[in-house]
Write a protein that binds this ligand. Structure first.
Ligand code: AMP
Ligand code: ZN
Length: 298
């Protein structure tokens, strides 16, 4: 199998682009897709500092690597969730990566901060683990970015993540969630950090191939609490459709982004004020994270 660009031996075949590429040309392709996502969606520019949320998995470490190589100003943020060996190994992978690149890394450990890991917090508040974990992650991404002066937070969500989430939201007609399925969420005039997903044009297997080909050492295990089994089913269904009809995920998600955004009812206006407990902006009196922690304290 030869590279379609330069005739050297190819390392990856990409049905959806009807092409095969060698390592060098594949890296150029990945860099190009990420740069295109950043500029077309106006995610950030080279003057802004980007806080990259890195779990230690392939997607977020690949993202950080690409952003550094493209010359963006970045620092990493790792949340140690306090899930035994899994969290310890994740943190080690992130630290090794940051050290090898000589870049700043912020680590925030729940166990140290709250005396509990995310599983215990979920148990004490009787919330499903992934839902409590999601509330905590979103809160910390934003709070730490605002406190440290980062206008932007980037996560490693890829095309498969976004397409499967879209499929789930469409199947249930969760219109209020559809509004939030953009690869850029506004900072609402500086109230929040802007949330961006620069890998949304890349398939999961492309992100994985990039990590492997660039010898990025990542944690292979999935979180032991694992995501809603449903999301895995949606991913599997989309992979099967992709096999028979390459490009399905891309057409589904990017087609969705191209449609007129506003829903008939229009986006809800959020009236935000500082959380009574922590001061972070919230539409309620007390933010979701503080409500969670109040239930732990009881
Ligand atoms: P997930 O929800 O596990 O699929 O992760 C989606 C994205 O959230 C990852 O690509 C990371 O950018 C970010 N993320 C997940 N877990 C962590 C963590 N423990 N620390 C920092 N960022 C994370
Ligand atoms: Zn709060």
């Amino acid at each position: 199998m030869k590279c379609r660009q330069c005739q050297q031996s190819a390392v990856i075949k990409m049905e959806r682009h009807n092409t095969s590429l060698c390592r060098g040309c594949f890296n150029l392709y990945v860099h190009d897709q990420v740069e295109r996502a950043i500029t077309e969606e106006k995610m950030f520019d080279r003057a802004e500092s980007v806080l990259v949320a890195v779990s230690g998995g392939k997607d977020s470490l690949a993202l950080w690597d690409v952003l550094i190589k493209l010359g963006y100003r970045t620092a990493g943020l790792h949340l140690n969730l306090g899930i035994n060996d899994y969290s310890q190994i994740s943190q080690e992978k992130v630290e090794a990566f940051a050290e090898s690149r000589g870049t700043e890394l912020i680590v925030h450990a729940y166990q140290e901060a709250y005396g509990l890991g995310v599983i215990e917090i979920a148990e004490e508040t009787a919330r499903p683990a992934c839902s409590a974990c999601g509330t905590m992650k979103r809160y910390h991404f934003n709070r730490i970015a605002m406190e440290r002066g980062f206008p932007v937070v980037a996560t490693g969500h890829n095309l498969d993540d976004e397409a499967s989430r879209l499929l789930g939201n469409v199947l249930q007609w969760q219109e209020e969630y559809l509004e939030k399925q953009s690869p850029v969420l506004s900072d609402e005039g500086g109230t929040w950090a802007r949330k961006v997903k620069p890998l949304f044009r890349l398939a999961e297997r492309e992100a994985a191939a990039y990590a492997v080909l660039n010898r990025i050492d990542y944690i292979v295990d999935e979180c032991p609490m694992s995501k809603g089994a449903k999301m895995l089913v949606y991913k599997d269904v989309l992979n099967r459709l992709e096999e028979t009809s390459p490009g399905t995920k891309h057409r589904f998600y990017l087609g969705f982004l191209k449609r007129p955004r506003a829903l008939p009812s229009g986006p809800k206006e959020l009236h935000l004020h500082p959380c009574q407990s922590c001061g972070q902006p919230t539409p309620g009196e007390v933010c979701g994270f503080c409500r969670l922690m109040q239930r732990v304290a009881r």
